[in-house]
Design a protein around this ligand. Sequence first.
Ligand SMILES: [Zn+2]
Length: 219
Amino acid sequence: MSELTLRKAIIATSLAMNALGINRGKSGNVSARWKNGFLITPSGLPYEETRPADIVFIDMKGKPTGKRLPSSEWRFHHDIYRTRREAQAVVHAHASFATTLACLGMDVPAFHYMIAVAGGNNIRCAPYATFGTQELSDHALKALSDRYACLLANHGMIATGDSLKRALALAVEVEALCEQYWRALQIGKPAILSDAEMEVVLEKFKTYGKNTNKQRAPR
Ligand SMILES: [Zn+2]
């Protein structure tokens, strides 16, 4: 993929994030690994007005290159690429249901087996820290250990993936799970799946959605 194609894909992912209803306005941000760093959406520019040249490159030392300032949340994107070799893309959104639970500081337990898409038997909520700070990044990295997604207290959520498509799909899935958990909490106490059952599910998920015979699976 060329750099221009990737810059366009980052904008398309940002627009899709809003079109899919998991983010609104200028909140949130999207990045993808590129060479010895990553490309990220700029600070404070509506996605509809963002052009490929507005996307900012940041190297692994945290040095930005571009005509605009990077998203104020570049620190956790930077730390994710620095410490998680498998991460190729990061989507950060202020999705309504995820953010609602995050405002209560709640981890999302295994109330549904699909929690396994985030990599474990729960989706953790990182403690609150001011947006854009190293402290927030440190909390996020901890909540993301052995996971591909987390909530950020009083803020939103982060989803990572081996492509922009997969990071976006995970963000959508996390928001759906948060909505379902929120709804279940309205009318009762959801039953939580045991760690043993989640082990079984996580094992099955190792092949879930993967194509073993290298042919495109029917949808
Ligand atoms: Zn944010």
